[in-house]
Design a binder for this molecule. Structure first.
Ligand SMILES: [Zn+2]
Length: 694
């Protein structure tokens, strides 16, 4: 299986290090540009994202382009041996454009039109806006095709948001006519519009969801979100067309925003050559850094899986403090290197920041940057960045490598939209992403790599498939889950799965639907929702096939299930359903299907998955007990493995590496046996790939 993808652009076979660079903010003081180049060299930065919001500087009046400043910057970058991640400027537009073409201004869901201002404040449908975007993108591509600094295209910035103008509404109706093959009856059935007498008798009656109109028809809300993703993809294709035509060898990306629900990133990812995302964790907050790190690891893994394991880019991160947070706390010593290398450990081939030089004014003038207002390199933050640059320079062999986990967790954007939109369980209890990361955490803690995939991915390559809260079954998914188990796979499904179809219509005949009831050998009759202070517990059957003993806390959600052929591994301890099944397993074909009926404690998940890892012969990266908050991740090219041993605690930790002598790629030392990790410390170790791994 493929684990070596090569560099993002063969022109630069190194890790990329850099950040959003906005030289147009310093156009009055071009001597600062020369200082920037000197400082980039000192910090080990080699890739700058240029021009993300530079439209006003590039086209100060309609049709009058001024590329002189950008020519200078591109040449300076090339002369310094650096590269540009060159942006298209559509994320914010010049005032002249809004004034000349008011249709480009976004209309809110209350149907009021915005004024000019802010950013991401445009209509994605407007033909004029698309025309203007394509025109400036063409100018950029014409001007910089073949330029030695041009490494990558960065489309716009953090696509998202919605517009409710007449153009968008018309496009939505047209999209619906396509989806439902002009059959209004099919739409009415899919949206169950007979409820509240919402039946449409003409497509022209349909409005996008609105607080002053329809907000509770779940099929409509889901289709609107699907439309917004498709309309954004259409906008992206318009942006990318001149770039693909004129610079076909330059890869294209755009920066995602983690688990943001604005777009179905699984679908948008298919439009891009390389994935990138912006990561702003709240380190050293009220929760533990280890919990936060596991959650971030989960998102990194999604970004690697967007392109089936292909390395991604950490496009934005902050070298010190994020200005817009409730508490803009500084990273503690060690955390900058650790959090930067965490991305690399999970498959990033870049570490990039927002931004390179702190703005003198504007909304983000206090946002952490590599170069502070003081203007020189003698700062703590600059030294932290330079340390990352030095480490990345030692990691050329890691570029392009990946990992092939034996475990997959499904995280699906459409499923999340459906769960977030439903009125059930209790608003505070839905917690779909939190549930997925809770099931991910035991693998992170044990140093077992995991893929995080969508419902539509290929399951057959995994030994263990985990589908937390798979509320919505998209077409064909249940069948593929059944085939996976029949062929010998192990499935773990939880409460609140198999409830609705892709239109949010409930399955009839007992949950989970579409034959999963038979697969799991259970019927989930109803689900109890508990208040925050309420507790129940599950009591393990003695003996049971997993070898788990005693009892575990459960809270918030308890499914009341019947075993219909499944073996009962645990029962509830309290309340009116004491003694009813809470954990089951059903043998089917060559495989097994587990059902976890309740939201159990982390201690349960740790023990349960620990037993599955052992019984399924899933190999941890290191044969060692990792202290709490310490993890190891790996990348491999099939010949060598690169191990990232990371300590996300503020205390020194010890890990036993066993007898093998492993070279530390950062210090040149050879390590074995007990190895010390300082607070927020890490090691990058190299070892030959085992024949069965990779
Ligand atoms: Zn619009």
């Amino acid at each position: 299986m493929k684990t070596n993808y090569g560099p993002i652009n063969p022109n630069c076979p190194h890790m990329l290090h850099g950040g959003d660079y906005n030289p147009d903010q310093w156009i009055r003081t071009p001597e600062i540009w020369d200082e920037d180049m000197r400082l980039m060299g000192l910090s080990g930065c080699n890739a700058m994202s240029v021009g993300i919001f530079a439209w006003a500087a590039l086209e100060p009046a309609e049709g009058r382009y001024e590329f002189g400043w950008l020519d200078t910057i591109m040449d300076k970058l090339a002369d310094a041996g650096g590269y540009a991640v060159l942006a298209t400027p559509s994320g914010a537009r010049p005032a002249w454009l809004s004034a000349a073409y008011p249709e480009v201004l976004r209309v809110r869901s209350d149907r009021g039109r915005n004024l000019h201002g802010g950013r991401h404040n445009h209509c994605l449908t407007s033909p004029v806006y698309r025309e203007k975007v394509a025109a400036i993108n063409r100018k950029l591509a014409e001007r910089y095709t073949g330029h030695p600094a041009l490494l990558l295209w960065h489309l716009s910035n953090e696509y998202g948001g919605q517009c409710h103008c007449d153009l968008c509404r018309a496009a939505f109706v047209q999209w619906l006519q396509g989806r439902y093959h002009d059959d209004l009856d099919a739409l009415n059935h899919a949206w169950w519009t007979a409820f509240w007498s919402h039946t449409y008798t003409d497509f022209s009656q349909i409005e996008p969801p609105s607080p002053i109109g329809e907000g509770a028809t779940h099929g409509l809300s889901l289709d609107w979100k699907r439309f917004l993703t498709d309309q954004t993809i259409s906008f992206i294709r318009n942006e990318a067309a001149p770039l693909r035509e004129l610079t076909p060898d330059v890869p294209i990306t755009t920066n995602f925003m983690g688990l943001s629900t604005v777009l179905d990133y699984w679908k948008v990812a298919r439009e891009l050559d390389v994935i990138s995302w912006d990561n702003y964790p709240r380190w050293h907050g009220p929760g533990s850094d280890a919990d936060l790190a596991a959650g971030i690891a989960f998102v990194h893994d999604i970004n690697r899986c967007h392109k089936d394991g292909k390395p991604f880019m950490l496009m934005e991160s902050v070298p010190s403090a994020t200005n817009w947070m409730a508490v803009a706390k500084r990273k503690r010593p060690g955390m900058h290197l650790l959090s930067s290398l965490q991305a690399v450990a999970h498959g990033s081939d870049t570490v990039q920041y927002f931004q390179w030089r702190k703005s003198r004014g504007g909304a983000e003038k206090f946002h952490g940057a590599v170069v502070d207002h003081v203007g020189h390199e003698n700062t703590r933050v600059f030294r932290d960045v330079a340390a990352v640059g030095k480490v990345l320079a030692a990691l050329d062999p890691v570029v392009g490598t990946s990992v092939r986990p034996e475990v997959a967790i499904v995280y699906d954007w459409e499923n999340r939209w459906a769960i977030d939109g439903m009125a059930a369980l209790g608003r505070e209890l839905r917690k779909y992403p939190q549930t997925c990361t809770a099931h991910y955490r035991p693998f992170w803690q044990r140093g077992v790599p995991v893929d995080v995939i969508e419902e539509l991915c290929d399951f057959s390559r995994y030994k263990l498939l985990i589908t937390p809260m798979l509320y919505m079954l998209r077409p064909g998914v249940a069948e593929r889950i059944k085939s996976f188990v029949a062929a010998g796979g192990t499935l773990v499904m939880t409460y609140w799965s198999g409830i609705v179809d892709e239109n949010d219509l409930c399955h009839l005949g007992g949950w989970p639907g579409e034959g999963l009831r038979e697969l799991l050998g259970i019927w989930d009759e109803e689900i109890d929702a508990l208040y925050p202070a309420d507790r129940n517990r599950i009591v393990m059957a003695e003996p049971n096939a997993l070898g788990l003993r005693g009892q575990y806390d459960t809270r918030e959600l308890c499914g009341l299930i019947h075993a219909e052929g499944a073996e009962v591994l645990a029962t509830y301890g309290d309340d009116f359903y004491a003694g009813r099944p809470a954990l089951t397993v059903n043998a089917v074909g060559e495989g097994e299907a587990y059902y976890i009926a309740s939201r159990n404690s982390d201690a349960f998940l740790a023990d349960f998955y620990g037993r599955l890892i052992a019984t399924l012969g899933i190999a941890p990266i290191l044969d060692a007990d990792l202290p709490a908050g310490v993890t190891v991740q790996k990348r491999t090219d099939g010949t060598d493995e690169f191990l990232f041993l990371m300590n996300f605690t503020g205390d020194e930790q010890t890990v036993n590496l066993g007898d093998a002598a492993l070279p530390d790629m950062l210090t040149g030392e050879t390590l074995s046996g007990d190895t010390l990790l300082p607070p927020y410390g890490l090691k990058v170790l190299r070892r030959p790939a085992a024949p069965s791994t990779g």
